[in-house]
Design a protein around this ligand. Structure first.
Ligand code: ADP
Ligand code: MG
Length: 650
């Protein structure tokens, strides 16, 4: 796709949409929105972004505004031709940008998103789901492509500020688009973008100026660039065109706040929380920030866009300022506007700028305080926020020591004692008598963690264990180490001492049995050590098991098993630590094994082999429960077969 060559040699070139775009367009055009009117919001939003970007570029290159300094978004409808035109004198696009921006979806996670959408659509067709993807697409926003909800054909003519050529892009939204050079005169502006929608029959309502006026008022009133309706010679303004974040709170309605969120966050859901503030003092700034109600698709993608835009004296500077909010608040969306930076500040100078550092510190405090308020006031609602963004917020526990205290108060965890989430404070309040450690277990999957055999002894003694299943948990725990002087302790490690705690009543019989079972155990432990040799670090009697025969633990000073798996997945390490095999002296299988061992002389020749098989099978079973692979599946199968055969007397 070399631009120059085709420009000279071809008048028109036909190109295909990226596969995901085609599929998305199909879904959008045929089955999605009940409120088609939002296409206008999307196109006006893009026009306003284009003006913002040019205004920023013109700070250093004023000649880009040549002869046309006043930004404007113009709407015009032609009821005879059945077209609606949306034009802006913003930054415009050149040929390559048109192909890239209007033919692909650059956002990460797109492929996964589209297939998810399609499966929901299929479910709708089968009657299994009512909305067929409408919820999902609400999280994503189809932006420019929403034009195809109302238009059978879309023509985009654009000329980039400072460039000589104009280009026309056209498509009927079905698989491909064409691009060709346009006569620059055809665009009656020195620069910018004009979009002409040839309306579908069932979208004729959007040719009615009164209807268009209403839509702009509803969805785009906050847009800071004037949106005007052109009727004959007349132009009249449809929006208030003032920066919403600079207005007094009393002058902004909830609807306006929400619409601004849709615009600034490129999102379609409703915000979960908003903060609107103005700070005067040594540094002056105002902000309008939102926490989304749902998790964006690219929350964990490193290359994702930053969500908070920086403005200086109402002029958009950048949406790519990493220093504006800390990474652990990257779910925030919105605007921060300050008086205290120079307008012509370069993006490089923004890096670790002291004014930004001050703003970041203060905004972070403000946001965390507000989250705390929500957590105290509406715990159930806060739990939803936590499900969405808790894993991100927890990064702050090791990244930002200054905010650690409030972050530990904000953190929520699944636990063996509650169906919902619990705070560390509540956990500490519920701690058993004599308990001075906070017990936790971590793993990749919340359900698997909940079923782990390591929890059995804690369950029997009524001791609560926090269930952690976010990868980030392995990183903050070692860095904060304790909460209210109670150390965090993994239940999958050695050195956990449960002997001081009393067993719950119903389990007392089982406990009594242990004593009587104890004598033969030493022989069994010795035998297992000998049989398994280098495969384990040690074999020990377990205090933490009640229902399962065996489990693996990490020895006191060794790396946590889950952390080691994580690091291996990320190829940070390639060696595995040896584990300790714990056996449950109360378990009937373990007891009969130890009896077998005592009576070995008296039994047949196969006894030796059977005991050896049992030893290895116990180890493999413990590995499987731990979510680890069995290193020698063939041997595992052979031993299992042999044991089962013996069991059936074969
Ligand atoms: P988003 O606005 O979330 O980036 P869209 O699908 O709405 O996604 O737009 C895709 C891209 O197309 C924009 O990011 C922008 O680069 C470009 N674009 C769309 N409309 C215009 C316009 N009027 N002027 C300049 N560029 C535009
Ligand atoms: Mg857009």
């Amino acid at each position: 796709m070399s631009g120059k060559e085709t420009m000279e040699t071809k008048t028109e070139e036909k190109l295909s949409f990226q596969a995901e775009v085609s599929r998305l367009l199909d879904i959008v055009a045929n089955s999605l929105y009940s409120n088609k009117e939002i296409f206008l919001r999307e196109l006006i939003s893009n026009a306003s972004d284009a003006c913002d970007r040019l205004r920023y570029a013109a700070l250093t290159e004023p000649e880009l505004l040549a002869g046309d300094p006043d930004f404007k978004i113009r709407l015009a409808s032609d009821s005879k031709a059945k077209t609606l035109t949306i034009a802006d004198n913003g930054i415009g696009m050149n040929r390559d940008e048109m192909i890239g921006n209007l033919g692909t979806i650059a956002r990460s996670g797109t492929a996964a998103f589209v297939s998810e959408l399609e499966s929901q659509k299929e479910e709708k067709a089968k009657g299994k789901s009512k909305n067929g993807g409408a919820n999902l697409i609400g999280k994503f926003g189809v932006g420019f492509y929403s034009a195809f909800m109302v238009a059978g054909k879309v023509e985009v003519t654009s000329r980039k500020a400072g460039e000589d050529h104009a280009w026309v892009w056209t498509s009927d939204g079905k698989g491909d688009f064409t691009i060709s050079a346009a006569d620059p005169e055809a665009l009656d502006m020195a620069r910018g973008t004009r979009i002409v929608l040839s309306m579908k029959k069932d979208a004729a309502e959007f040719l009615d100026p009164a209807r268009l006026r209403g839509i702009v008022k509803t969805y785009s009133d906050h847009v800071a660039i004037p949106v005007v309706m052109v009727e004959g010679e007349k132009e009249d303004m449809l929006n208030s065109a003032s920066a919403i974040w600079r207005r007094a709170k009393s002058e902004v309605t909830d609807e306006q706040y929400t619409e601004f969120y849709h615009h600034v966050a490129h999102a379609m859901d409703d915000p979960w929380l908003r903060l609107h503030f103005k700070v005067e003092g040594t540094i002056e700034y105002s902000g309008l920030l939102y926490v989304p109600a749902s998790q964006p698709f690219d929350l964990f993608a490193p290359e994702r866009r930053h969500g908070v835009k920086l403005y200086v004296k109402r002029i958009f500077i950048t949406d790519d300022c990493a220093d504006l909010v800390p990474p652990y608040l990257r779910f925030l969306r919105g605007v921060i506007d300050t008086e205290d930076l120079a307008l012509n500040i370069s993006r490089e100078m923004l890096q670790s700028h002291p004014v930004l550092a001050k703003i970041r510190g203060a905004v972070t405090k403000r946001v965390l305080k507000e989250l705390k308020k929500q957590a105290d006031k509406q715990p159930e609602d806060y739990a939803k926020f936590w499900e969405n963004f808790g894993a991100v917020l927890k990064e702050g526990l090791y990244e930002d020591a200054g905010q650690r205290e409030i972050l530990t108060e904000l953190a929520r965890f699944a636990s063996t004692k509650s169906d919902g989430l619990t705070s560390l404070n509540d956990y500490v309040e519920r701690m058993a008598e004599g308990q001075d450690e906070i017990y936790y277990i971590s793993g990749e999957d919340a359900d698997a963690v909940r079923r782990s055999p390591h929890l059995e002894g804690f369950e029997a003694k009524g001791i609560e264990v926090l269930l952690l299943s976010d990868p980030v948990d392995e990183f903050w725990i070692p860095s904060i180490a304790s909460f209210k002087d109670k150390a965090f302790k993994s239940v999958t490690r050695g050195g956990v001492d449960l002997s001081g705690f009393n067993v719950k009543e119903k389990d007392q019989d089982a406990e009594a049995d242990t004593e009587t079972a104890a004598p033969g155990m030493d022989t069994l432990v010795a035998f297992l050590k000998l049989a398994l040799k280098d495969a384990v670090k040690d074999v020990r009697r377990s205090e933490r098991l009640t229902g399962s025969p065996v489990c693996l633990i990490a020895d006191e000073g060794d790396m946590d098993m889950h952390l080691e798996r994580l690091l291996k997945q990320h190829r940070q390490i390639d060696t595995a630590s040896k584990r300790v095999l714990e056996i449950n002296p109360k378990h009937s299988l373990i007891r009969s094994l130890s009896q077998r061992l005592e009576n070995k002389e008296a039994t047949d020749d196969g006894a030796e082999a059977a005991l050896d098989d049992a030893a290895w099978l116990l180890l493999d079973q413990a590995r499987i429960l731990e979510g680890e692979a069995v290193p020698d599946p063939a041997a595992f199968a052979r031993r299992l077969t042999a044991i089962v055969e013996r069991g059936f007397g074969a």
